[in-house]
Design a protein around this ligand. Structure first.
Ligand code: SAH
Length: 293
């Protein structure tokens, strides 16, 4: 079984209209449960002053599968510039909810993460963007989560950061670490999309373990390997079938975790076969020596 199916049960997603997705089989799109939970993540802009940034943030969100957009006391909204920069994410813009205070915008959230151009780890627990995204995605499978961004010129105030469970800073040149507001939204929402795409929140993608052109072996191959391994372990008396304890389970867990590819599996099976041959050789040599005695 593919490890990816263990946690992120794949669900059919919305197909782009006219693509014939899901029918012809030529183009199939899937989202994991984590992607479904992205609807529980709200992006909150606090007192944004440039309508263009509001539009660009909406576009960044839609690119990354997020829809819940909240604006706290924005200046100049709605605005033609926001619509122009949204470039097709009008639906996210139109559904944006307006609030008079951050407190109202955060109602019902179980986790609040604030973004800051300056690391302020002394006062607030901080995460890097990837850790924050993993945390956000994980929590979003249980309930509402907010990711908040400050005003272009001033950022989030200390009082606003006090409302955050964590702060996150996007690493950048310390001499010039303040990103454009919508760019910061893009970076964070990208990390969130990536975190939702991983089989296990926070884990490395499968491709980091086995390159895409060397696929991991099938579960049948693994089963054959486990049978072979057990046979050898019994033969060399490392495993007592009368008292197996949890040895095979632990070894299976080890190999399942490492997800060997075909080449690696061939090496492992080769080693097992060599052990069996060597063992036969020992017996043969012993017999020969005994017969010589
Ligand atoms: N002078 C402000 C910068 C505000 S930029 C400050 O020092 O905080 C506007 C918003 O974009 C910030 O409040 C934050 O939400 C986001 N942002 C900009 N650069 C960021 C970075 N490097 N890491 C995280 N968020 C950033």
């Amino acid at each position: 079984m593919m490890v990816g199916l263990d946690v992120g049960v794949l669900l059919p997603a919305f197909a782009p209209s006219g693509s014939g997705a899901g029918r012809s089989g030529t183009f199939r799109e899937y989202r994991t449960e984590s992607h479904m939970a992205l609807s529980n993540i709200r992006v909150v802009l606090v007192r944004p002053t440039h309508p263009g940034n509001i539009g660009a943030a909406a576009r960044a969100m839609k690119n990354m599968g997020l829809r819940q957009f909240s604006l706290v006391s924005p200046s100049g909204f709605p605005h033609a510039e926001a619509r122009a920069r949204a470039a097709g994410a009008d639906d996210v813009l139109d559904a944006a909810r307006l609030f008079g205070s951050l407190e109202e915008a955060l109602a019902g959230c179980r986790l609040v993460v604030g973004t800051s151009a300056r690391p302020r780890s002394i006062a607030w627990p901080s995460l890097d963007p990837r850790e924050a995204a993993a945390k956000i995605v994980e929590e979003s499978t249980h309930g509402q989560v907010a990711l908040i961004f400050g005003a272009e010129r001033t950022g989030l105030t200390n009082e606003q950061l006090d409302r955050c469970h964590y702060t996150v800073s996007i690493p950048a040149d310390p001499q010039f670490s303040s990103l454009n507001l919508a760019c910061a939204v893009q970076v964070m929402t990208y990390e969130i999309w990536c975190a939702a795409s991983r089989p296990f929140p926070g884990a490395l993608p499968d491709t980091a373990v086995a390159g895409p052109d060397v696929p991991p072996v099938s579960s049948e191959d693994l089963d054959r390997f486990y049978a072979h391994l057990e046979e050898v372990l019994v033969q060399i008396r490392f495993l007592d079938p009368a008292n197996p304890r949890k040895l095979m389970r632990r070894l299976m867990r080890l190999f399942n975790r490492s997800r060997p590819d075909h080449n690696e599996m061939n090496i492992l099976r080769g080693i097992l076969t060599a052990v069996q041959q060597a063992q036969r050789g020992v017996i043969f040599d012993k017999t020969r020596r005994e017969s010589q005695n």
